[in-house]
Design a protein around this ligand. Sequence first.
Ligand SMILES: NC(=O)c1ccc[n+]([C@@H]2O[C@H](COP(=O)([O-])OP(=O)(O)OC[C@H]3O[C@@H](n4cnc5c(N)ncnc54)[C@H](O)[C@@H]3O)[C@@H](O)[C@H]2O)c1
Length: 334
Amino acid sequence: MSLTLGFIGLGAILSHHLAGLKENPEFKVVSVCDLDPEKVERWSQELGCRGFVDYRDLLAAPPDVALVALPHGLHCEATVEALRAGCHVLVEKPMAVSVDECRRMLEAARQYGRHLGVAETAGLQPGPALTGKKFRAGDLGRFFTGSILNERFYFHEGRPAWFLDPALSGGGMFSNVGLHRLATARACLPGLTPVSVSASVSHIPEYQVEACTSALVRYREGGAMLYEEVGYFPRPEWLNVGTHFIFEEGIVKWDDRAWRMMTRKGQQVEEPLSPAGTSYSPVYANLLRAIREGDSEAWEYAVDTAIAQAAYASAREGREIDLTRPPWAITKDI
Ligand SMILES: NC(=O)c1ccc[n+]([C@@H]2O[C@H](COP(=O)([O-])OP(=O)(O)OC[C@H]3O[C@@H](n4cnc5c(N)ncnc54)[C@H](O)[C@@H]3O)[C@@H](O)[C@H]2O)c1
């Protein structure tokens, strides 16, 4: 099966998508769109396809799949329009900037009978995938706790201004790149249900989006994940950032080459990991599989958006937020 693809948004992430598409030749780019006519000219020439400055014109000759890679506050409208036009949609992460918008997108996919996927790369990488496989098989026992600390300079000059405008971005580092951490945990802990989030969010006067978030997410089945996303200074070499998961049977960590566990009896287990390829290669492979099988996981990405936005609400209101109740609850049935 060969699928035509139209790009809506030709920004920094485009080259990563093109690298992933090289490893998934079933997709053929037939149209591109951006508000910036120079980008349209450059990429339509380079890819030998049609170019548009208004995505509604691109959707007038709908490709099989529309990739929505716009500022986050525009994801919902463009996705719904593309679904209505008859496209399957791959929308960049975060799926949207609010739970309501995620719901509208999920409902539109259902109403128009098209697939909705989210271009989230982290959970599809070999380390989380192997952890999730072992957890699902019962090899790791119960999940107890886990922690992910990410620290990098978020406010660099190369960052487009819209990322720092809460209306267009939906927030700062936690609701943007922090979603990679939520996707990692989701991949490692399949079947667990996040039920609450309690967070602290810190701002510095220069920026409207946060500088730093710490969030604790509890699961119905027991255990909790702690996330720290720190964005307002460069990472010192000596800072020990990273990811680990503690299961009943041992402590789990991985890098690009190997998955490791120290069991409760102190035994060191190590398994080699195959190279991941480019980061978007598994996204397109997964999209193709999901379209073929009629399978949709988009609601799980909506849960990630719910957690991030509920973390901000928790910090504003100074209380733990219940993710199982309106307005935050998202399930497979929406
Ligand atoms: N998975 C990852 O690691 C990763 C990394 C970077 C970005 N992203 C995501 O990719 C998406 C795009 O980010 P980016 O870094 O490419 O941003 P960017 O600012 O570089 O690009 C956004 C593009 O959208 C265009 N645009 C804005 N409004 C438009 C409209 N109404 N119609 C058509 N074009 C419009 C802009 O002109 C710009 O070219 C975001 O969702 C972002 O979070 C993901």
